[in-house]
Design a protein. Structure first.
Length: 114
């Protein structure tokens, strides 16, 4: 289930990790082994949490890397869902003639080289 308008993980990072420890952006960036610019972009919502950053945050603050990536995923998915109606996508159902190539799915890639 999607959360209603989840916060950007950078906001969570600032409010639950940096502020309680009294860390400046510069000090936190140094501890994480990233540039101040990189951390600032995450904190201000201009960049997301990458898998590598999630590991760094996990090591520094104790939460799992997966939890950081899940927050990022929930944030991105919620925002993408806000534009669902704008997507030009056709529903594909097994047994229907939805293929535009004229080939059945079973007739492609038959040559396995064996």
């Amino acid at each position: 289930m999607l959360m209603h308008n989840p916060p950007h993980p950078g906001e969570v990072l600032r409010e639950l990790c940096l502020e309680p420890l009294g860390l400046s952006v510069t000090a936190a960036a140094e501890a994480l082994g990233v540039s101040r610019k990189t951390l600032s972009a995450v904190l201000n919502g201009r960049a997301g949490i990458s898998p590598e950053m999630a590991i760094r945050l996990s090591i520094a603050f104790g939460a799992s890397a997966e939890s950081w990536l899940n927050q990022q995923s929930q944030y991105e998915l919620w925002h993408a869902e806000q534009h669902r109606e704008e997507l030009k996508v056709k529903r594909l159902v097994a047994g229907s003639s939805n293929t535009s190539s004229g080939h059945s799915p079973d007739s492609t890639n038959q040559n396995t080289g064996q």
